[in-house]
Design a protein around this ligand. Structure first.
Ligand code: GLN
Length: 387
């Protein structure tokens, strides 16, 4: 008897295109503007805290849902920056990155057949996330050029089967920052239909042109029906440490903690201790971070426009979505392949952010959490590409 070893669940999604582009980029020795991670150093006081934690023998399992020190630091920061008071003992689960926080949260709340609303284009992971918890995704279009959603379309998508809506603000890949009005509209629908807002806010400090970050958990009535996901990856340039967390009311947290425990047991103990140091850094750190990212955004935006790309200028996060339809390639994959192989610049093909590849066929995404030299190198190659 011949058995097919792959499960039907695993065969419903493909490998991550974002991570694949990094491997292709390494092969061609390209400039990696695909997978979003910094190539500049992380703050030295956080690195020193990690070394101290290892030397101080924080080397065995931490408490499954996170060291008390880190949970306390998360609660303090959530109060001052996001405006919500939480109980660090009962309302936080520290996970292996926000990726695990998202999948653990969805697995903890969604039953097979229940629906999860996802704004499209979406960060690639949310597709497989919904499949892995047997949910039915319902996609709501973010309309170009400002990536607004149609209120009527969203209201129609909610029904008795709607368990959750995934929000990502500031948004990857579009750079959209959801407004207070938009979040209030979503909150009203969550309250009306008894749905949970699962909100990925990892770019909360990367904001441009005076944009303000608002957490949906801070809106009236939403504190106990929101799961807020975050991590140290983007704010402190520590994507490889894999320390993230989910904040939710105590009944939701109890469920998330069980899933988290059996998936991963816990995040690295010494890095959690150092993460507590990161979250307690002087508040001026966040202003500097945003200012430096604004310079990188402005630089890459100008380079891309000069090279003939149509760009969507982001209000937050560290990506620029572009339209490349007029370059005459058959699709986004062909364009991205050409750009990395011939020009030596890796990007993410737009289709990886859409439920149907045709929707992203004219788009590619650039990321810019990079040193000035790296961006200048990319600029040179893109100028060559234009010729
Ligand atoms: N968020 C990053 C991106 O969109 C990648 C994160 C990851 O690969 N885990 O490129």
């Amino acid at each position: 008897m011949v058995k097919i070893f792959s499960s039907s669940r695993a065969s419903k999604f493909t490998e991550s295109v974002i991570r694949e582009m990094t491997r292709i980029c390494l092969k061609h020795q390209g400039v990696n503007l695909a997978q979003g991670f910094p190539d500049f150093p992380a703050p030295s006081e956080i690195k020193e805290a990690a070394i101290e934690a290892i030397q101080g023998d924080f080397n065995q399992y931490a408490v499954t849902w996170g060291t008390p020190n880190l949970r306390q630091a998360i609660a303090e920061k959530f109060a001052w920056y996001n405006g919500v008071t939480i109980d660090p003992d009962r309302e936080i689960t520290v996970c292996c990155g926000s990726t695990e926080a998202m999948i653990s949260s969805l697995m903890a709340i969604v039953n097979p057949g229940e629906e999860v609303i996802v704004f499209e284009p979406f960060y690639e992971n949310y597709g497989p996330d919904t499949i892995l918890c047997d949910a039915t995704p319902r996609f709501i279009t973010l309309h170009e050029p400002d990536w607004h959603f149609d209120e009527k379309e969203l209201a129609k998508a909610f029904n008795n089967k709607t368990k959750a809506i995934i929000i990502n603000t500031p948004n990857n890949p579009t750079g959209k920052v959801f407004s207070h009005e938009e979040l209030q509209f979503i909150a009203d629908l969550c309250l009306k239909w008894g749905a949970i807002a699962v909100t990925d806010e990892i770019y909360e400090h990367i904001l441009y042109d005076g944009a303000k970050h608002i957490s949906i958990a801070s809106l009236p009535g939403m504190r106990d029906r929101t799961i807020t996901i975050n991590s140290i990856s983007k704010t402190y340039s520590l994507t490889g440490w894999r320390v993230g967390w989910a904040i939710a009311s105590s009944p939701l947290t109890a469920s998330i903690r069980k899933v988290h425990d059996f998936l991963t047991v816990g995040a690295p103990h010494p890095l959690q201790e150092a993460a507590a140091t990161a979250l307690r850094m002087d508040r001026s750190y966040y202003q500097t971070l945003a200012r430096e990212y604004q310079e990188r955004r402005d630089f890459l935006a100008r380079v891309l426009e000069e090279a003939g790309f149509k760009i969507y200028l982001p209000n937050g996060a560290y990506y620029i979505m572009t339209d490349v339809g007029h370059f005459g390639f058959s699709d986004d994959m062909a364009f991205a392949r050409y750009l990395v192989e011939k020009a030596g610049v890796a990007t993410v093909p737009g289709s990886s952010f859409y439920s149907h590849s045709s929707l992203g066929a004219t788009k590619v995404r650039f990321c810019f959490p990079k040193k000035r030299e790296t961006l200048e190198q990319a600029a040179e190659r893109l100028r060559e590409f234009k010729r």
